[in-house]
Design a protein around this ligand. Structure first.
Ligand code: DC
Length: 223
């Protein structure tokens, strides 16, 4: 796997398609650094909420706050300004609030810059919505991971239950569909498959099958 040490893998797709689970496992197997870019948008959303700032009325204050913020991702945890917020950013309140936050162009510009700096030496797998289109359009491998909204809701509900968060399946599915709509229809960097990304539908695949497929594609991409 020596030749894979410097690879850049872009893994995009809608909410709940299994990107983070798969990216983490691919990273472990190929000894890559895993960068969950959704966590960065969530961390910023958390910071804005915590400071009681209004997205429409206090844009200037928000941008100042975000500019000064120090976001740190370790393999397991998310920190902002030194505070560990790994669990907090998974709360439904943040999931609802993060879409409008991630639609703010100035915030995107800042986070994209951070993502590009973190990944500039390769040896990385990034998951998100715009990695293959905007963050690393020259990535060695681009995968667009999809699954039906029902399947994604089932998976997300299971994940939430493990974290002690209870929400009905209908509610989770409705939120996922709403977020898909917002992510696909925002003006800047909308969620869309890069022309050269490989589509992987995970509905009838196990996690292991998806991971193996991506590792296989990664090896082929360097040949
Ligand atoms: O993958 P996630 O659900 O943790 O992402 C949280 C939100 O951030 C989601 O609404 C889409 C947005 N996002 C984005 O706009 N661009 C990215 N690269 C990653 C996430």
């Amino acid at each position: 796997m020596e030749n894979l040490a410097k690879i850049t893998i872009a893994l995009d797709g809608p909410a709940g398609a299994g990107k983070s689970t798969v990216a983490r496992l691919v990273a472990q197997k190929l000894k890559l650094v895993y960068i969950n870019t959704g966590s960065m948008y969530r961390a910023v959303a958390w910071l804005i909420l915590k400071n009681n700032l209004d997205l429409n009325l206090q844009k200037k204050e928000i941008l100042e706050l975000v500019e000064k913020a120090e976001i740190l991702l370790t393999q397991d945890d998310v920190f902002i300004n030194g505070q560990q917020i790994t669990e907090q950013i998974r709360e439904p309140e943040i999931s609802r609030f993060v879409s409008p936050v991630s639609a703010m162009s100035e915030i995107r510009t800042q986070l994209v810059k951070l993502q590009q700096a973190l990944g500039k030496n390769g040896g990385v797998i990034l998951d998100g919505r715009d990695i293959g289109t905007t963050v690393f359009p020259e990535a060695d491998l681009k995968v667009f991971l999809v699954a039906s909204s029902k399947e994604r809701a089932l998976r997300r509900q299971k994940q939430q239950m493990a974290g002690g968060i209870e929400q009905s399946l209908e509610e989770v599915q409705a939120e996922i569909e709403k977020r898909d709509y917002l992510d696909c229809n925002r003006e800047i960097s909308p969620l869309r498959q890069a022309p050269d990304a490989i589509l992987v539908d995970t509905d009838n695949l196990s996690i292991k099958q998806v991971v193996d497929k991506i590792i296989d594609l990664a090896q082929k991409s360097l040949n």
